[in-house]
Design a protein around this ligand. Structure first.
Ligand code: SAM
Length: 291
């Protein structure tokens, strides 16, 4: 064994550890509002923009655990026809990636499939109550052997992974010819009050999610479908849905209060009672592993 290679391995492990520690400290400082991005940038030898670019996305991705209850109460489930479309006939063992509190996991187990739910947040994982194998992991590092699942479903979570690392990882755990399906519930703006709701929410984020991604090799071209449906929920659950958006979770408390007041005012103007019907489009993409 070359000494240089061994030293490189040790150095890489040390850098990885230090990087994880640095990310943890940045998360704490931002969570407690104890430092600005300017100050964090300076401490890390970066510009403000460099520091924001480096961490703000991962802080958003890691933010769900703190609102796992609101997430589970407020976020919609998915139509059963989406499950039928995303999991090919004949598939038995399915990976639910970024399983969250288990909204899609539940539909997969109800369809009689053997499900492995992989989710990075311990708080989100702890809410999964269905009969599935539940593992800590990410799209970049899945704790499963090569070629061990027939299909993968990633509902409302693919935009949090780094595709450069997650695409080869998906191909590794899928059996050859297996499918990777990506699913997003998108509020249907065709209804004017939903468009108005989204205008209020968009004041707080510039991030647009690409719900029609292209993956490339070793996956074939995407097949797509859209399913229109209606989610019936209480007013409190709609406010939970708003509070469980990553960009709302990381807002300072006073801005979050103002945002919720704006949404409440919009609901009052619409004259909604206790029950609200929120139209959704479930957008699905399916990719076959070519090898
Ligand atoms: C919007 S939730 C979707 C949860 C669930 N699939 C659903 O449909 O309700 C996004 C989830 O992705 C998880 N996540 C964040 N980064 C991830 C990554 N790199 N790989 C896999 N999941 C990730 C979050 O912890 C969160 O639970």
């Amino acid at each position: 064994m070359d000494d240089g290679l061994e030293e490189l391995r040790r150095l890489t492990a040390t850098i990885r550890e230090s990087e994880a520690r640095r990310t943890h400290i940045v998360g704490r400082l931002r969570g407690e509002r104890a430092a600005s991005w300017d100050e964090i940038g300076q401490a890390c030898g970066m510009t403000r923009q460099g520091a924001t670019r480096r961490w703000s996305r991962s802080l958003h991705a890691a933010s769900f655990g703190s609102v796992a209850g609101a997430y589970h109460r407020g976020r919609p489930t998915y139509p059963v026809s989406a499950v039928e479309w995303v999991v090919p006939r004949g598939a038995r063992r399915v990976l639910d990636l970024g399983a969250g509190t288990g909204k899609f996991t539940e539909l997969l187990t109800a369809a009689g499939l053997t499900v492995v739910a992989v989710e990075p947040s311990a708080e989100m994982r702890s809410r999964i109550t269905v009969d599935a194998e539940i593992l800590a992991g990410t799209g970049e590092r899945v704790p499963l052997p090569d070629h061990s699942v027939d299909a993968i479903v990633c509902a409302q979570a693919w935009h949090w992974v780094d595709p450069a690392r997650a695409v080869p990882e998906m191909a590794r755990v899928l059996r050859p010819g297996g499918t990777l399906s990506l699913v997003w519930n998108v509020r249907d703006h065709a209804e004017p009050w939903v468009a108005a709701l989204d205008d209020v929410l968009r004041r707080h984020t510039r991030d647009e999610i690409d719900t029609e991604p292209v993956l490339g090799e070793p996956f074939g071209p995407p097949e797509r479908t859209e399913i229109r449906w209606r989610h019936v929920l209480s007013r409190a659950a709609l406010l939970d849905m708003v509070q469980s958006r990553s960009y709302v979770i990381v807002l300072p408390a006073d801005e979050r209060r103002d945002l919720l007041a704006d949404v409440t005012e919009l609901l009052d103007r619409q004259g909604f009672g206790a029950e609200i019907v929120l139209p959704y489009v479930t957008r699905c993409s399916r990719f076959h592993a070519l090898r």
